[in-house]
Design a protein around this ligand. Sequence first.
Ligand code: MEV
Length: 417
Amino acid sequence: MKFYQMSAAARRAALVESGALTAADAAVLAAAPGLTPAVADSLIENQLGQFTLPLGLARDLRVNGRVYQVPMVTEEPSVIAAASNGARLAALSGGVHVETRPHRVTGEVVFDGVADRTAAAALITARMADLQAVAAAAHPSIVRRGGGLETVTVSTPGRFLKLSLQVDPQAAMGANIVNTIAEAVAAAVGQWLGQPALVAILTNASPQVTTATVTLTAATLATRDVDGETIAARIGALSDLAECDVDRAVTHNKGIMNGIDAAVLASGNDTRAVEAGAQAYAAHTGIYRPLAVWRQTTQGDLTGTLRLPLQVGVVGGAISALPLAQVTKRLGGYTDVATLQAVLAALGLVQNLAALRALAGPGIQAGHMALQARSLAIAAGARDTEIAAVAARLQAVPKDLAHAQAIVAELRKDDAQ
Ligand code: MEV
């Protein structure tokens, strides 16, 4: 039986059997635990309840020669199916190759109304050693772990004076570390300049771009009705379209983020930080562009390349506080930041591949609607075993709420007889 056809319990057992999941983690997943009231109330302000989403697994994503099982949290029925499908296609041609850059996060400290910005910049530049000491005193533990403030550069955007603090946050995402250092630096420089800083905060923009590449043999891309060479050519054309049509580029990138956001959320990281960085990078040339592009090689194969910054961590914040984030970290094999970044970038690329292949072949709705049937059944009021029964009957009729409700009523009438 295929993984997607198994019950959730059988899937967990299979993962334990293969060594991908520990028995203890399988038990945590099986218990479908909510957060304890104390953890839920401590994580956010004004907590009222809990909002649950399904956690699933994209299977067998081959990245830099290793195979990963990627936990994903999403409400969109087709996302994990597409990710697994993209991963399968990529693996047929050797998998995805990813290069990461050293994980660094930048803080900015900005002053407004500095009368002589040239003199101020010279003063700051002359006191770099003092800034290092201020930063180290503000966050001694990151220095002990081998990280902390590395460089400070001074610039003058518009009417402002700005310090860019490049920080090595080690295994953490870095927001809290950078913000702590930025505020301490702001206080010190504010004293030197005799005026308070306007702002001290990290930027979610990043030049530390992760690059994922895959080269696919055209024949592996064939769909039931269209040959692989034609699909490869159409995927290339869809990529060209995204490069000159912003409307298409936005949706192209949405498909990439379908995968990345779901895996970032499952990992306990900040999805908005990753989104903000990715969308800013998409527009960094001044024109909004596709994050991934696809080109046919002279042999007719297809090469895809995805580039984006990924500000994530593997310790700290919600990652340490959320029990399920600990389970997904082990299941995903996220031993360090570079591994998580590599898996996320590879996932985004294969997610894009699966979407473009569907668009180039049968179109998106056939697969989408087959998977949407269960959501529609639930929306129509189906419960427990009714969900699969209604979804099955929906395959033969137009998939809309009215038909789903009629089928639920029919089923209940049959049961009552
Ligand atoms: C749907 O969630 C995502 C797609 O629209 C992405 C795309 O069009 O490339 C299928």
